[in-house]
Design a protein around this ligand. Structure first.
Ligand code: Q46
Ligand code: ZN
Ligand code: ZN
Length: 299
């Protein structure tokens, strides 16, 4: 196996690109994929301030590293979810990454700052934990970005994540979700722009990137992900990818380029007002985040 660029010994093959790379050219390849994604979807403008949602896992740390390599002005935000040892350990990786590179990491702890943990929220709502978790993350990333003057929030969703979400949305014809599934969502009143610069990199590649750069990350998956439908979708897509490399990328990028505009009319345009409790934009009187908090408190 030889590097496509320099013909030296390769350390990784990327079957969907029909290519193998040595360490340095693999890192350059990943950087180029991210640079292209950002430029193609106009994710980050010159001089803009970027906030990366950091979980301590491979994707978010690789993303933070890649954005630095591309010389963006980027700080991190870590959210303590209160998911036992998993949260303690993932926080340590996020802090250590920031400390070792002298980067700025904001931190919010759900239990200390808002009085609940994700397991408590899941119990109070009697719904799968990922619902309350996703809602809390979206709300707090938006809030921190708006309060502290960031132009864009970026997340480490990779090709595998996005293809699995797309498959789930297609299987149920969730047209409203399909209308919003895009690598970049523009800012609107009270919300920052949101972008996913890793959609061209597969999970295996962000893991390899971290190993080759020497980034330590939490390897365990969140223990609450069990039973999450997306794990099944990922397994199905992996099997398709094994039989026919490039399927995942064709599925996702084909959707973004050719199919997603057809769902635009399904996006519901709620008129937004201000949450009476926290001031965030919301379609009701009280936003979903504040309603979640009061439900957990009422337990
Ligand atoms: S952290 Fe939260 Fe994920 Fe854990 S509870 Fe679900 S959404 S699986 S990315
Ligand atoms: Zn090379
Ligand atoms: Zn609110």
């Amino acid at each position: 196996m030889k590097c496509r660029v320099c013909r030296g010994p390769a350390v990784i093959d990327v079957r969907r690109h029909n290519a193998a790379f040595c360490r340095d050219h693999f890192l350059a390849h990943c950087t180029e994929q991210v640079r292209r994604t950002i430029s193609e979807h106009k994710m980050i403008g010159p001089g803009e301030r970027v906030l990366v949602a950091v979980s301590g896992g491979k994707d978010s740390l690789a993303l933070w590293d890649l954005l630095q390599r591309l010389e963006y002005d980027v700080d991190g935000l870590y959210l303590g979810l209160g998911i036992g040892d998993y949260s303690d350990e993932s926080g340590r990786y996020a802090r250590e990454f920031a400390r070792s590179r002298n980067l700025k990491l904001h931190e919010i702890d759900l239990a200390a700052d808002f009085g609940y943990t994700i397991p408590e929220a899941a119990a109070a709502t009697r719904r799968p934990p990922c619902g309350a978790c996703g809602l809390s993350k979206r709300h707090l990333f938006d809030q921190v970005a708006m309060e502290r003057g960031y132009d864009v929030v970026v997340t480490g969703h990779n090709l595998d994540d996005e293809a699995a979400v797309l498959l789930g949305n297609v299987l149920r014809w969730e047209t409203e979700y399909l209308a919003r599934q895009h690598p970049v969502l523009p800012a609107r009143s009270g919300f920052p722009r949101k972008a996913k610069p890793l959609v061209r990199l597969a999970e295996r590649e962000t893991a390899a990137y971290c190993v080759l750069v020497g980034i330590d990350y939490i390897v365990e998956e969140c223990p609450m992900a069990e039973g999450n439908r997306h794990l099944g979708y990922k397994a199905v897509l992996n099997e398709l990818e094994r039989q026919s490399p490039g399927t995942k990328a064709a599925f996702l990028h084909g959707f973004v380029d050719r199919a997603s505009p057809r769902f635009a009319s399904a996006a519901s345009e709620h008129s937004l007002q201000t949450c009476a409790s926290c001031g965030a934009p919301t379609s009701g009187e009280i936003c979903a985040f504040c309603r979640l908090q009061s439900r957990v408190r009422a337990q």
